[in-house]
Design a protein around this ligand. Structure first.
Ligand code: UD1
Length: 423
């Protein structure tokens, strides 16, 4: 298994180009199941979760090819030979659940393994099931699988999709995809309005769907009889861009983040500025100049346009180095603090109190062998390693490979002393 070895201390300097958004690519790949025509998707990041989704589409009978040279996926789901998404694949990636809606929409049936919990906490799928049932699907949970069937064509309805933590990104995606081929109009209230959901809706419209209200909390989907193929370009990955913004700040570097969408990152830009760094937006580029001191800042994660939970761990790495106390509150996944114990092994002073992390700033972090617990935690530990004294070894980097495209190469080009080592 690989590990990432970092010698801390380098100030990052230079330009970095942001890849396409993983969380847009995965549901868009699932959406191609809605048509028997070819879809061409550009700006797809080359990472493990994308390969997993490609394997699932192939298992269903699809043809998928990916060119690393121009990050283009070509997908043809002409004759689907199966409607079953098996446990072996779904268990490695929760986003596989988003094949449920399109399979139901196109074939009238789907069997998808129930994704289990994961280290960031309990991750129920009740809202997905509620929405699809409202459209007319009969859904049972049997032997660890969601078995969904629609005896007649799905029928548009008014659906409220809110849970105890607000809207759900992938439940909105699932219901929107199923509704695209339903009879009549579906209204989703309390829909997620994350940029990745907007991207999916735009992709569906480019296939001939009729979706309005994109970017708001109320989506109208007028079902159509058939969807056609499409050529589409995925939006830039705001979580990758945010990781590099924080990297510039934490290393007191000067980093120009190219090909981002700054509009998607205003909550992050605002917090990093409050934490003492200079952040300038120049067209599609974001320029970060790390401040001499990191200032204590309180952060609360919320659904979009709030501060994203997927950047909470990385922001915590930055806030470990202030001269005061910051409070980080998780409102999306209250248990998403697995990185705290590892950061504390590097010398930070963070303790947990009822869904919040109290981060007392320390002067320095010190390099240590550490274990990544999940995708975004891995990135946070790498950020900490970039400024820690001495050597940090991050193990279990397969988490990182799930969701970041060539992260260590990109850091290395910015001047970090970072390498991947085979163990
Ligand atoms: C997506 C993202 C993930 C991000 C998350 C929140 C993808 C592939 N993943 O995950 O990176 O961290 O959004 O921005 O896009 N919930 C329920 N019932 C449900 C579904 C969700 O109660 O049926 C709860 C969850 O436990 C959580 C909250 O709703 O507390 C938000 O989760 P959700 O938006 O569904 O996350 P995902 O779509 O799975």
């Amino acid at each position: 298994m690989d590990k990432i070895v970092i010698t801390g201390g380098a100030r990052l300097k230079g330009e970095v180009r942001i890849s396409g958004a993983k969380n847009a690519a995965l549901p868009i790949m699932a959406a191609t199941l809605l048509t028997d025509k070819e879809c061409i998707i550009d700006n797809v990041p080359n990472l493990h979760d994308v390969s997993t989704m490609a394997r699932i589409l192939r298992a269903l009978g699809g043809r998928v090819s990916f060119s690393d040279k121009n990050n283009r996926l070509i997908i043809l789901n002409k004759n689907l030979t199966s409607s079953d998404a098996p446990y072996e694949m779904v268990s490695t990636m929760r986003a596989s659940i988003c094949v449920l809606g399109p399979l139901l929409g196109r074939l009238g049936e789907a069997t998808v393994s129930v994704p289990g919990g994961c280290v960031i906490g309990n991750r129920p799928i009740d809202l997905h099931l509620h929405g699809l049932r409202k459209l007319g699907a009969d859904i049972k949970i049997e032997h660890g699988y969601v078995a969904a069937k629609a005896v007649k064509r799905l029928k548009g309805r008014e659906i409220y999709l809110g849970g105890p933590f607000g809207s759900s990104v992938l439940a909105t995606a699932n219901v929107m995809m199923a509704a695209a081929l339903a009879r009549g109009e579906t209204i989703i209230e309390n829909a997620a309005c994350e940029p990745e959901i907007c991207d999916l809706a735009h992709f569906l419209n480019s296939m001939g769907a009729n979706i309005h209200g994109i970017g708001s909390h109320v989506l109208s989907i007028k079902g159509v009889n058939k969807l056609h193929g499409a050529k589409y370009r995925i939006i830039p990955d705001r979580i990758e861009a945010g990781t590099f913004i924080i990297a510039g700040a934490i290393t007191k570097g000067e980093v120009r983040i190219k090909n981002a969408n700054p509009q998607h990152l205003m909550a992050v830009v605002n917090k990093v500025r409050q934490a003492g760094s200079r952040v300038d937006v120049k067209g599609r580029d974001i320029c970060v100049r790390g401040g001499r001191q990191v200032l204590p800042t309180d952060v609360t994660t919320l659904s979009y346009p709030g501060f994203p939970t997927d950047l909470q761990a990385q922001m915590m790495s930055l806030l470990t180095l202030t001269r005061g106390i910051s409070v980080i509150t998780e409102k999306v996944y209250p248990d998403r603090f697995m990185h705290v114990a590892e950061l504390n092994r590097m010398g930070s002073d963070v303790h947990l109190e009822k869904g919040s992390a109290i981060v007392k700033g320390v002067k320095n972090l010190s390099g240590a062998p550490i274990m990544a617990s999940d995708l975004r935690a891995s990135a946070a530990l790498i950020l900490a390693g970039l400024v820690a004294e001495g050597i940090t070894e991050v193990r279990r980097v397969y988490h990182l490979d799930r969701g970041y495209d060539k992260l260590e190469q990109k850091f290395s080009l910015l001047g970090a002393d970072i390498k991947r080592v085979k163990e």
